[in-house]
Design a protein around this ligand. Structure first.
Ligand code: GN1
Ligand code: MG
Length: 359
């Protein structure tokens, strides 16, 4: 395996002085800022044990960014700040494959920042606008043109089955320490099919969705403090609006970090929920179907349960999927998610009222 600097140099063969430094907090790919005399770029080493179909992934990303760029031009916005711009290798390839190690590069969006934890409602409102606009921009994009790069990514029934397999296999030997968490998931087994059943019978429409609407995937412009673009497009695939709405709430409608150890600090904040809902629906409410509207209040519960179940499964599997930075990290992450699920379940009636208010 070569180091990241060597990989970056292969993208810029004539550059003598390239610098690389780590960027962001992703759990899957490795991301670095590359500084060259021509400007700044982002290089990413794709985790190919998770993203096995890199061709499909890059085709998806390019088709979607092309579509958004076209929309931005039509609206008179700067297309280079409206979405990511991926750069070919010197040979014109979409990515570099070095004996199975895969790297790709995009232009760094300068004078912009991400938010790890939502501190105020206004920022979260604008994040809602950004993801709602993303949905709306892609509402006329044919979902069947995109590859499903990770099969059943938000299929909570197959996620549940994977979780049961992890419990059964108990590879890490940790099962007896997490019996409460296992019971928490099992008590919600029937709930996990709520969206899947309706996708299967065709009543819930398939949409082009981001599928990883973690709040740190919105890039805010430094000058205006308004969203510039949505990043981390690797899981853009056919999906449901419920996924993007739900995952954004999961990650943003709380004051706690995803891996907070003190569960007393993990809250589900209805003020933040309302702010995001208002922003999101302002952009895409007209394209929502009745079934999407009916299920929207359950979206954050579903996506938060799914994420917690994935963290717990990975803890049981011995931390093979999500990158960890300490012992028990995935269990800590799982526990914050389950605390949020409980709080959300208790506030379902309030969530319904808020959604109604902004339709
Ligand atoms: C992973 O790597 P990152 O942080 O963008 C994961 C998401 C999870 C998220 C939880 C491909 O995203 O699905 O919601 O961690 N991405 C993949 O923090 O599995
Ligand atoms: Mg991601």
């Amino acid at each position: 395996m070569i180091d990241i600097l060597t990989a970056a140099q292969l993208f810029f063969p004539n550059e003598k002085d390239i610098k690389c430094e780590p960027l962001g907090n992703g759990h899957i790919n490795s991301t670095f800022l590359v500084t060259t005399s021509r400007g700044k770029y982002v290089i990413q080493k794709i985790n190919t044990s998770i993203f096995k179909d890199v061709n499909g992934l890059m085709s998806n990303v390019q088709a979607v960014t092309h579509h958004i760029r076209k929309k931005a031009r039509a609206e008179g916005c700067d297309p280079e700040r409206a979405t990511l711009h991926f750069m070919p290798t010197p040979n014109g390839d979409r990515y570099l494959n070095l004996n199975g190690d895969v790297y790709r590069i995009y232009v760094y969006v300068d004078n912009a920042y991400t938010i790890e934890k939502m501190e105020n409602e206004e920022d979260f409102y604008w994040a809602g606008v950004a993801f709602g606009k993303f949905a709306n921009d892609l509402s006329d994009f044919d979902a069947s043109k995109l590859s499903e790069t990770i099969a059943n990514f938000h299929n909570t029934v197959s996620r549940y089955n994977d979780f049961e397999k992890a419990v059964e296999a108990n590879i890490s030997g940790r099962r007896d320490e997490v019996t409460d968490e296992i019971e928490f998931v099992r008590a919600r087994k029937s709930f996990t099919s709520l969206f899947v059943d309706r996708l299967n019978d065709g009543s819930l429409p398939v949409r082009v969705t981001h599928n990883d609407t973690k709040i740190n995937n919105v890039l805010f412009d430094e000058a205006s403090n308004r969203p510039s673009t949505v990043i981390d497009l690797d899981t853009v695939m056919p999906g449901s609006y419920l996924y993007d709405f739900g995952d954004a709430i999961r990650s943003g409608a709380t004051h706690a970090a995803e891996d907070e150890k003190n569960l007393d600090l993990v809250d589900f904040d209805l003020g933040l929920y309302e702010a995001f809902t208002k922003g999101y629906l302002s952009q895409c409410k007209d394209s929502l179907t009745e079934v999407e509207i009916e299920l929207l209040p359950y979206a954050s519960i579903m996506l938060t349960l799914e994420c917690g179940m994935r963290f717990l499964g990975d803890h049981l599997n011995g931390d093979v999927y999500f990158r960890i930075h300490r012992e028990g990290h995935n269990l800590d992450r799982c526990r914050t998610q389950f605390k949020l699920v409980s709080e959300m379940e208790n506030k379902i009636e309030e969530m319904k009222k808020i959604i109604e208010k902004y339709l």
